[in-house]
Design a protein around this ligand. Sequence first.
Ligand code: 4LI
Ligand code: NI
Length: 183
Amino acid sequence: MLTMDDIVRDGHPSLRKPADEVILPASDEDKEILNKMLEFVKNSQNPELAEKFGLRPGIGLAAPQINVSKRMIAVHVHDDKGNLYSYALFNPKIISHSIERAYLPGGEGCLSVDEQIPGYVPRYARITVTATNVDGEKIKLRLKGLPAIVFQHEIDHLNGVMFYDHINKEDPFAEIQDANPLS
Ligand SMILES: CNC(=O)c1cccc(C)c1Nc1nc(N2CCN(c3ccccc3Cl)CC2)nc(N2CSC[C@H]2C(=O)NC)n1
Ligand code: NI
């Protein structure tokens, strides 16, 4: 199983390199890696396992964070209605998004960034994502709320972008145009 020892930290070149498209159909190795990524995110949310293996809780993970420069992400998150969004995806792509933006009032955290970096991270409020799931099926997702935020955070990792790149340097808590804070 993956642990925090497998997660590279800010400053590692893998986090600033655009990741490569995964050649489909995916190899057994790539499927194995992606399944382990989803397992890690689930484990990190389980108090017993997180405690036992020293896992920091997260709701998403991108392959560059485990030093695999491939376009693969895993997300395991509930929206505010309690719907579960649990996905292990190859080559996710945002094909459209709202003008309206949203952000987490508590800011964002990242498993590859050990310190807290305060500030609002402007995201699109709604996005449409296409991808191929670990079973090789093409999917299209229309996302809003926390799932939309997490997908944008993880897809940023595939493009070498870190959440704090989006924070207003002059005023980290400056009002964001056309944005709603997520409740
Ligand atoms: C600096 N302030 C903050 O971090 C921050 C501060 C307050 C509120 C929020 C909402 C913040 N922000 C934030 N909180 C999270 N978690 C909340 C707790 N949760 C969790 C914890 C324990 C068990 C189960 C679970 Cl589910 C795990 C996830 N996760 C992310 N991000 C940004 S998008 C990718 C995602 C990620 O997985 N990061 C590791 N941001
Ligand atoms: Ni991150």
